[in-house]
Design a protein around this ligand. Structure first.
Ligand code: DAK
Length: 248
């Protein structure tokens, strides 16, 4: 059985974590498949990628505890390095990535959500970082991405206490973009992906790059990056074609 399901339709891909019997807990095999699936999808010149979890109960209930329990520090470092490589690859993937979240998004599952660009959650979604209760830290970007997305003190609140939050709080804190009834989750994600797919891919790709590169810069340097990427768009026939079509 494959641990990642892929479906591609009209340049939109749906990537589904497929280990529902373990609430899509992320083990090394699944991380490996995730990495190779992303590599494969990158060749498809996609307009948008949707990431979700199979089954009713979870997006992903974290890293696989049964695999982590007896790891040595060296093995944990190797696991961390590979996990971070996969999540960083996802977060800088060339097309927009939408997380469609239902049920539990815990630990590594929450981190996977945070590595996506846009997050749509069902009213069944529950988010938490149980790591401190397991005597570890989040290891796949949770301490960094949540603090940047919200505030350091809010990230500390969730990570130190491990408390579980619902969609309303996640929406209020800007962790998710939209909150919808569970039955509408995938339609909403596809609708958004299809909307993005109607835009010129170059404009979307360059905008994503400008936003991501600007995050670690001061405003002045960020504006330089924006100007550089704006100018680069004028190197393409896409820009000429799109503007001429408008003028016609
Ligand atoms: N790992 C392994 N198996 C898991 C699992 C997990 N994280 N979460 C659930 N399962 C398995 C259960 O063992 C159970 O398996 P069977 O007994 O049926 O064989 C099955 O999924 C169904 O789970 P439950 O029976 O527990 O279902 P409930 O509805 O009663 O409870 C629950 C659902 C989500 C509240 C509960 O399963 C739970 O608390 N799960 C553990 C949540 C958790 O602590 N997650 C891990 C946090 S630590 C890194 C990458 C990532 C991370 C770190 C480093 N690098 C690459 C370095 C992340 C770390 C974490 O995520």
């Amino acid at each position: 059985m494959t641990l990642i399901n892929l479906e591609v339709k009209d340049k939109i891909a749906l990537l589904t974590l497929n280990r529902p019997e373990a609430l899509n807990a992320l083990n090394s095999a699944m991380l490996g498949e995730l990495f190779h699936s992303l590599k494969k999808l990158e060749e498809d010149d996609l307009r948008c990628l949707i990431v979700t979890g199979s089954g009713e109960k979870a997006f992903a209930a974290g890293a696989d505890i049964s695999e982590m329990v007896e790891m040595t520090p060296d093995e944990a470092e190797e696991f961390a390095a590979f996990g971070q490589k996969v999540f960083s690859y996802l977060s800088t993937f060339p097309c927009p990535v939408i997380a469609a979240i239902h049920g539990y998004a815990l630990g590594g599952g929450f981190e996977l959500v945070l590595a996506c660009d846009i997050r749509i959650a069902a009213d069944t979604a529950r988010f938490s970082f149980p790591e401190t209760g397991l005597a570890i830290t989040p290891g796949c970007g949770g301490t960094q991405r949540l603090a940047r997305l919200t505030q350091a003190s809010y990230a500390m609140d969730l990570i130190f206490t491990g408390r579980r939050i619902k969609g309303e709080e996640a929406l209020e804190k800007g962790i998710i973009n939209r909150l919808v009834p569970a039955i509408e989750l995938m339609d909403e994600a596809w609708k958004m992906a299809e909307g993005i797919a109607t835009k010129a891919p170059l404009g979307v790709r360059m905008s994503k790059e400008a936003i991501l590169r600007g995050l670690d810069l001061d405003l002045e340097k960020g504006l330089e990056v924006e100007a550089e990427l704006f100018a680069e768009c004028f190197n393409s026939s896409d820009q000429k074609d799109a503007m001429r079509a408008f003028l016609k």
